[in-house]
Design a protein around this ligand. Structure first.
Ligand SMILES: Nc1nc2c(ncn2[C@@H]2O[C@H](COP(=O)(O)OP(=O)(O)OP(=O)(O)O)[C@@H](O)[C@H]2O)c(=O)[nH]1
Ligand SMILES: [Mg+2]
Length: 463
């Protein structure tokens, strides 16, 4: 399939209804075209190609917004040809050949020309708008073009969305199929939905559209799997982090700081990778009231707030304040040493979850302490990444607000199967070398895979 054979779909609508934004979201390209909250932002037709198995399968055409549709309709309606009754397509052809019309209606001329060269039209409306005469005239003009039209009800996530009057207006023109969408917060299967619905109005292109829909679902699944693998790698690496220091309070505090810095660095790298995986960039985030700012976690990973925000109920029975020192110390078959509490108290820091076991005991005999990252920190770390993945999956590439990863319900949920999670973390702690670059060691790969599967079942990812 070459570009000449590719399906051509024009994106049309009144000015400022979110046509370019829709294309940003459909192409997952946050830099496509120009978007602004003002009329007449797009001045020229701009194409975006979708490939299927490395061949051009569909070309979207973003078009300038229609502005003066009432005058345009009146102009086209009065066109006549001697001895002819003009039908819709003839009328549009006549309009396009009229030099005066191309001057008087420069933008609209480009739009109608693009429609005549396309296989179908997505007619984008802002469902916060009242249906007015200008919109009805736009729809009539579209009908004259005699191309399949699929209305897209945009801004549906807005509180002021009023879809019903639009649905009725479409029905009066014999258009009964439409798609509800929001370019900023698109439905999670929005792309598939659009291809599937287009297949209903464009029967001859059904196989291509169905294949595009399947491809969209496949890519979505692959992004989810890759994201979970990245989070699992992060957790395994952080759990394996080990710092051995002399057993005096000052050195221990310094060691904890060093370890915290390393964890934050690893988390930041994971956040950056997740943003890139979903084709977002750190500069998508501008202000600071939410946990992610400029791609960095705003809430300190080691703070009480971070634990509460992640919706974790910390160590049943243990006051959150006590978490600072009360690490769960596991040695061989679950022997609790309780040294974490002592250490935490001695250090007088908020560093939580310093585990001591295994090699820690040896270190202790040598007058040293082995610092490891605690279970609570690891769970916060994983839960935060999962919330980020969910937010990115639901974010349109037209969005300019910051990612919201807060638990809106405010309820504590068990973010994943803690038993499996903690087991993998315990295994990782036995292998300090796993904290280095992603290893090719089979056991580490298995740990990552087990954790990935555990995270995949997280309710934090549920729709
Ligand atoms: N909340 C929300 N905002 C949207 C949505 N679609 C577009 N916007 C915003 O609406 C404004 C207009 O978006 P554009 O994509 O420039 O609209 P357009 O139809 O291409 O505009 P013209 O090119 O001027 O015709 C921008 O501020 C977008 O961020 C949507 O679905 N939801
Ligand atoms: Mg535009």
């Amino acid at each position: 399939m070459t570009e000449a054979d590719a399906l051509r779909i024009a994106i049309v609508g009144h000015t400022n209804t979110g046509k370019t934004s829709l294309l940003r979201t459909l192409t997952r390209d946050r830099l496509f075209g120009e978007v602004a909250d003002s009329a007449g932002t797009t001045r020229h037709v701009q194409a975006a190609t979708v490939t299927l198995e490395n061949r051009d399968a569909l070309v979207w055409f973003d078009t300038p917004g229609l502005e003066d549709s009432i005058a345009l309709y009146d102009w086209a309606a009065q066109l006549t040809a001697p001895g002819h009754r003009l039908d819709g397509p003839d009328r549009i052809a006549q309009f396009l050949q009229d030099p005066q019309a191309s001057q008087r209606f420069e933008q609209e001329h480009r739009v109608l020309a693009q429609i005549t060269q396309s296989d179908a039209v997505l007619y984008v409306v802002d469902v916060r708008d009242t249906v007015l005469a200008k919109h009805r005239d736009e729809l009539r003009l579209l009908q004259w073009c005699a191309k399949p039209v699929l209305p897209v009800l945009n801004f549906t996530a807005s509180g002021q969305a009023q879809a019903q009057p639009w649905v009725e207006a479409f029905a009066r023109l014999g258009i009964h199929i439409y798609v509800a969408f929001d370019s900023v917060s698109p439905p999670s299967d929005g792309e598939q939905l659009l291809f599937d619905t287009l297949a209903q109005v464009l029967a001859q292109a059904r196989p291509t559209l169905q294949a595009l829909s399947q491809q969209a679902a496949k890519f979505k699944g692959e992004r989810r799997v890759a994201a979970l693998e990245r989070i699992a790698q992060l957790c395994v690496r952080v759990a394996a982090l080990t710092v051995t220091v002399a057993n005096d309070p000052q050195t221990v505090t310094a060691g904890q700081r060093e370890q915290q810095a390393r964890v934050r660095h690893l988390e930041q790298r994971c956040v950056t990778d997740l943003l890139a995986l979903f084709a977002f960039a750190p500069d998508d985030y501008t202000a600071s009231e939410l946990p992610v700012t400029d791609g960095h976690w705003q809430t300190d990973l080691f703070s009480k707030e971070a634990i509460t925000e992640a919706g974790l109920s910390v160590g049943k029975g243990a006051a959150v304040g006590a978490v600072a020192g009360a690490a769960i110390d596991v040695f061989s078959a679950g022997l609790t040493l309780g040294t974490g509490t002592l250490l935490g108290a001695a250090a007088g820091s908020i560093w939580q979850g310093v585990d001591q076991w295994g090699s820690g005991i040896k270190a202790k005999l040598l007058g040293q302490e082995t610092l490891r990252v605690g279970d609570d920190v690891l769970q916060v770390l994983a839960a935060r990444q999962l919330r980020l993945v969910k937010a990115l999956e639901q974010r349109g590439h037209a969005a300019s607000h910051r990612v919201n990863t807060q638990d809106k319900s405010g309820e504590s949920v068990e973010p994943f199967d803690q038993k499996v999670f903690l087991k993998v973390m315990a295994v990782a702690r036995l292998h300090p070398s796993w904290s280095d670059n992603t290893s090719t060691v089979r056991a580490q790969q298995n740990a990552v895979l087990t954790l990935q599967q555990c995270l995949a079942a997280s309710p934090l990812l549920a729709t």
